[in-house]
Structures are given as structure tokens and as C-alpha cells.
Design a protein around this ligand. Structure first.
Ligand code: MIC
Ligand code: SF4
Length: 637
């Protein structure tokens, strides 16, 4: 067996491990963060659960700017509702969920579900770590299980060793270049080969983190001596177990990457798979450089950045921001003096949080070129529509911040030699609240917390107008934009829905409401990116009944079904071309659910076409009930 099969079979509750088949696996741990967390806990409350059955942690790391009462209300709600239900709370300032989880909670061999698409970061420590919508995470907390389609397993064989100026970021950019942003859908990326042992846990975590950009179910590394070293340095040696694929294990697909041949790479605007060598953009003027995010903010990353910045000055035309991934990272940087080197260079040190990655501040200036060590450069995500965001490694970022133009570091950088992980990390968990220490908690519900929309069981024929037709690779950032102005309303879906798909068409929300709801027509990989179920709840609020696309991203499709919205796929992709915005379409929802496809009538143009609705029995029952909340009501098992 390969490692993925071992982890899946150890956790298999029901179903067969055949790619594509519906399976249920047991879940050991869950994580939530604040921008998806409010909705997740509102849904957990709606499920009327007393205490969670998984080891669960609620992180507060996304919506950190408190420019009004809204985010602070959300934080107070999450802290109280989490502790009441037996969930640990990682307070603001403690760090980004995925970084902290790796440091303090991740256990090799265990399963983790998180209400954030980058939950696969845990694969760096040998976890089977999967991102999901908030409702699926609430169900995992309540029942200790997760429903999913059994993935295929892709072997990514690593050979050779990285040069010192090439990093784990370049490895995952190379995988993205080969496989694209939809190349991982329905698959787990499993890393093997002798190159694995040359990568430390934080480097592995950079790779598994950004595996989310492939659309993969998750990514996983073996658990070996490197894992043991990391866990021992975190004072958690007892959590170590060895995990690896059997000799001669087989895979559904396989690719090989020679680490020694990799050069610094970057993702050019506006898609993570738009990968080109840094060499190709060398010399381009840079306005902003941001180092951090859950992909690249470990102590190892920051020590390398500090070494490059030491004794140098940030170019006067560049704004360099640095967000350490956790308080542990920041504390250790300050104690070893590296923070002084960073500050002396003229960098702006930000809070240990997502920050600019989710547009929570630091939107660049008009037309800016911004180099970021993050994982997403989707159009407008930075908060500045005209900005051009390039995703690069921390080494390229630091060199470029000094040069003021994109700079390619030399092949072997002497100053980086010998920078390794410490034998012991500084451990201080006083920003982690243990639910055992809190009794009689009252849930704090400020005025920002609004009820969420719930679907209705479908009845009769549905006839609605197409109120938008999009192209390929529409992201959840398009469907439900997130930035410092909108994130404070993550617990107020009625307000958020006014901005639904506004990056694509500013009038979509109003038009859909005016038509009494509608249907969305999409291209390939519709809904890629985030786990945010707001990208399904906002359309539900506007009365969207179906999305007909060429293909879907996994988490978004699940979120649509959870919300009672029909995710149809064109049987014949050519039918996409025949539909125009404004066309009235009609279908019989119950026949579609039972038959696995619908004959959809284009009432305006007078023809019919087939749209597929590939559902398992549970999903059929969910759509018939008008969404998961109705489906599970009073029947949590
Ligand atoms: C992101 O990186 O887009 C986010 C913000 O972390 C999201 C979660 C969200 O939308 O709140 C994610 O990746 O799932
Ligand atoms: Fe936060 Fe960015 Fe990571 Fe999402 S991708 S969890 S916004 S740091």
C-alpha cells in the first residue's frame, strides 16, 4: 500500500477504497479559523451538539484589523462558543492556524479536517489533513467523521537536493507548472523518493500547503527522522510514529522532480499555475514585497530572510512587510537577534497573522508590482484590482526587496549555509485556551452575528434566468470577495451577498435579486480556491438554485450541495457556448436527483440539453431536503 491508502484504511468507517467511490473516514482533529469559523460554529449550534468529539482548535488569525466592532464581536463569539463546546482556542497574536497547528497539535498518522483550504499543511507532518466547508467541519466535530470521494493517489517522487537559493516554494511551483490549478482535483499528492529526507518539516509543509492550489484533496509526506526531530524540538517526541509507503507500493499516476535541477520560479499574475522562471522577470521594478502567510512563515524561512537582509537596506521605493507565522517564530527571532537584522533593514514587521495574504491591510498602490511569498495571486485578492502579484520564494523576495527590482539570487548562497531548525523551540502556550479550564460559559453574540440562510426542499419545476455566465477557473475570491472591508461581515451573509461575484460583474447581485433568483453558468474548475462556504451561502441568499459548469472544484461543489444548490455539469461542453445571460432555463429537480442528470430546457431559445448531476445517496438526500442543515436536523448520527 502507499501511505495514503494506509492512512485511509486505518480511518475507514464505511465504503470501499476505490477512486471516486463515496467513503466515510473517522476524524481525529479539526481546526477552524475566524473567517470561516463564525459560520461553522453557528452551524454547530444549529446541530444542537453539546460537546465536540474530536480534538478541535479554533484559531483567530484572519480578521485581525479591528476598525469597527465587527471583527471583535466575531472573536468574542468564537472564543465563547468554542470553549463551551470543548474546543481549544488559539487567541489573536498566537499565529496563523496552519503554522501553529503544525507546531503544537499536528500528530503523524492522524486525520485532520479544517474549515480552511490550506489545512493540508498538516500533510507535512504525516497527517491526512483535508480542507472542507464550515458545515462539514461542524459535522466532523459533532460526529467524528467526514464524507468524501475516495481520491486517486499521485506519487510525486523527489530526487536530488535543493541548491541553497532554491526553496520548498520552488518545488510546489514546479508541481503547479506541471499539473495546473485543476490537476489535483480528486487526488492526493504523495511525496516519495530520497529527496524527501533532505527536506525539513516546515519545508514539507510549504509544499503540502500549496498543494491546495492544485485543487488536490490533500498532500502528504512520510513521517521519518525529520518528523521526529521537529516533534522532539517542539517537546512532543511522544507524538512521533514512523509512517511510509510499503516497498513497491503502486500509484494511480507518478511524476518525478529532480530537486538539484530546480531554479527559482514564480507565479505570474493572476493564477498560481502561471509559473515562469524568475530569470524571465529579472530586473522588473518592484513596489511591494510581502513575506509570510501559512505557506512561508516558519522560523526556518524567517532565519533565511534575516540572513539575506542582515546589514542591507530595503530599497527606498519598496515597502517590505514581514509577518512571522506564529508567536513562537517571532519570539525566537527576537531572542536570537534575527529580528533586529530584519528591523535594521527597514522591513515593516506585522502581526503573526494572515494579514496581506487575505487583503487584511497592505493593499498595494495602483498598478503596483507586488512580490509575495504567499500561495494565491488571484485577481483583486490583494485589495488593489490593478496590482500585479507575483508569488516567489522568501529568498527571491528578500533579494528583490533590497534591489528594488526582481533579483535572482546566486545558485549557492553562502550566508544560508548551516541555517537549520533549532534542537528545541521556545514553547509557551499561554495564548492557547484549554476548554477544561472554563466552566459555565455564556456564548457572546454581538450585533454582527446574523442568522445564516437555509435552503428549502425543491418542489415542482424550477424555472430561472441565467443571471451570470462566467469563464474558466472562477475562484471563491471572485464569488465571495474577501478583503479588509468585507471580511468583517463573514457572519452577516445578507450583507455579503450584495458583493457576490462583484469582481466579475458588479450588477450580478442586484440583477439576481430582481429576477427572484437565478442560475449561474460557469466554465472549468468553477469555485477553485478557498473552503469558504460563503461562496455558496451568498448565492443561496440571492436565490440561486443551480450552477451549471464545465467542472467544479471539490470544496465548492460540496458547499453548494450543503446549501441545497444543484451543481450540474454540462454533458456536452459545447452546450456552454449556446447559453447567454438572460436565457430562462427550466428543469425538474427531483427527476434530476433521482436520474443523475437533467434535461434542461432553454425556454428562451427553445432547445434542450443534458446536464449531469453525479451524486451519492447521501448527497441525493441532502439536495431533496434542501441542504445539509435540513437533512441532519434532529438526526446527527
Ligand atoms: C484563503 O486563503 O482564501 C482563506 C481566507 O484562508 C480561505 C478561508 C476563507 O475564505 O475564510 C481558505 O483558503 O479556505
Ligand atoms: Fe491565511 Fe493566506 Fe493561509 Fe488563507 S492562505 S490561511 S489567508 S495565510
Amino acid at each position: 500500500m502507499n501511505l495514503t491508502q494506509k492512512l485511509l484504511s486505518k480511518h475507514l468507517v464505511s465504503g470501499e477504497l476505490v477512486p471516486g467511490a463515496p467513503i466515510v473516514i473517522s476524524i481525529d482533529q479539526t481546526l477552524t479559523q475566524d473567517s470561516t469559523g463564525t459560520m461553522c460554529y453557528l452551524q454547530l449550534e444549529a446541530l444542537a451538539v453539546d460537546k465536540v468529539v474530536t480534538k478541535s482548535v479554533a484559531y483567530i488569525d484572519h480578521n485581525m484589523l479591528q476598525s469597527g466592532f465587527e471583527n471583535a464581536d466575531d472573536h468574542a463569539y468564537i472564543q465563547s462558543v468554542a470553549l463551551k463546546h470543548g474546543v481549544y482556542v488559539s487567541k489573536p497574536g498566537n499565529g496563523i492556524c496552519h503554522q501553529v497547528h503544525l507546531e503544537r497539535f499536528g500528530v503523524p498518522g492522524q486525520t485532520l479536517v479544517g474549515s480552511d483550504s490550506h489545512t493540508p499543511t498538516g500533510g507535512g507532518i504525516g497527517m491526512l489533513a483535508i480542507g472542507a466547508g464550515g458545515l462539514d467541519v461542524a459535522l466532523a466535530m459533532a460526529k467524528g467523521t467526514l464524507n468524501l470521494a475516495c481520491p486517486k493517489v499521485v506519487e510525486v517522487k523527489l530526487v536530488g537536493k535543493l541548491h541553497s537559493s532554491v526553496t520548498a516554494k520552488d518545488v510546489i511551483l514546479e508541481v503547479l507548472r506541471i499539473l495546473t490549478v485543476k490537476g489535483g482535483v480528486g487526488k492526493v499528492m504523495e511525496y516519495t523518493g530520497e529527496g524527501v529526507s533532505t527536506l525539513s518539516v516546515p519545508e514539507r509543509a510549504t509544499i503540502t500547503n500549496m498543494g491546495a492550489e492544485l485543487g488536490a484533496t490533500t498532500s502528504v509526506f512520510p513521517s521519518d527522522e525529520m518528523t521526529k526531530k521537529f516533534l522532539s524540538a517542539q517537546g512532543r517526541a511522544k507524538d512521533y510514529i514512523e509512517l511510509k509507503a510499503d516497498d513497491g507500493a503502486t500509484y494511480d499516476e507518478s511524476i518525478t522532480i529532480d530537486l538539484s535541477k530546480l531554479k527559482p520560479l514564480c507565479s505570474a499574475p493572476h493564477m498560481p499555475d502561471n509559473v515562469v522562471p524568475v530569470e524571465d522577470i529579472k530586473g522588473m521594478k518592484v513596489d511591494q514585497v510581502c513575506i509570510g502567510s501559512c505557506t512561508d512563515s516558519s522560523l526556518l524561512t524567517m532565519l533565511k530572510v534575516a540572513a539575506v537582509l542582515k546589514g542591507k537596506k530595503v530599497n527606498p521605493d519598496v515597502s517590505l512587510t514581514i509577518s512571522p507565522g506564529s508567536r513562537q517564530v517571532l519570539t525566537m527571532l527576537s531572542r536570537c537577534g534575527a529580528l533586529g537584522d530584519i528591523l535594521d533593514s527597514g522591513a515593516r514587521v506585522l502581526e503573526c497573522a494572515c494579514g496581506p495574504c487575505i487583503g487584511m491591510g497592505q493593499s498595494p498602490k495602483t498598478d503596483a508590482v507586488s512580490l509575495r511569498t504567499f500561495n494565491r495571486n488571484f485577481f483583486a485578492r490583494s485589495g488593489t484590482k490593478s496590482a500585479k502579484v507575483y508569488l516567489v520564494s522568501p529568498i527571491v523576495a528578500a533579494y528583490s526587496a533590497i534591489a528594488g527590482v526582481v533579483a535572482e539570487p546566486p545558485k549557492n548562497v553562502k550566508i544560508l549555509d548551516g541555517i537549520t531548525l533549532p534542537d528545541a523551540f521556545d514553547i509557551n502556550d499561554n495564548l492557547i485556551l484549554d476548554p477544561k479550564d472554563f466552566n459555565d460559559i455564556e456564548v457572546v453574540r454581538g450585533p454582527n452575528i446574523k442568522p445564516f440562510p437555509v435552503g428549502k426542499p425543491p418542489e415542482g419545476v424550477i424555472e430561472k434566468a441565467v443571471t451570470i455566465k462566467t469563464g474558466d477557473n472562477i475562484t471563491t475570491d471572485d464569488i465571495m470577495p474577501s478583503n479588509a472591508k468585507l471580511l468583517p461581515f463573514r457572519s452577516n451573509v445578507p450583507y455579503l451577498s450584495k458583493f457576490c461575484l462583484s469582481t466579475v460583474d458588479a450588477d450580478f447581485a442586484e440583477r439576481t435579486e430582481r429576477s427572484g433568483g437565478g442560475i449561474i453558468v460557469g466554465g472549468e474548475n468553477y469555485g477553485q480556491g478557498s473552503s469558504r462556504e460563503h461562496a455558496a451561502l451568498a448565492p443561496l441568499q440571492l436565490g440561486i438554485r443551480a450552477v451549471i459548469a464545465k467542472s467544479f472544484a471539490r470544496m465548492h461543489r460540496d458547499n453548494l450541495i450543503n446549501s441545497g444548490i444543484f451543481p450540474f455539469v454540462f454533458d456536452n461542453k459545447a452546450d456552454y457556448d449556446k447559453i447567454d445571460r438572460g436565457d430562462e432555463l427550466s428543469f425538474n429537480p427531483i427527476n434530476a436527483i433521482d436520474g443523475g442528470e437533467a434535461t434542461i430546457k432553454n425556454v428562451t431559445k427553445g432547445y434542450t440539453f443534458i446536464a449531469l448531476l453525479d451524486l451519492n445517496d447521501r448527497q441525493k438526500a441532502i439536495l431533496k431536503a434542501g441542504g445539509t442543515i435540513n437533512y441532519v436536523k434532529g438526526n446527527i448520527q
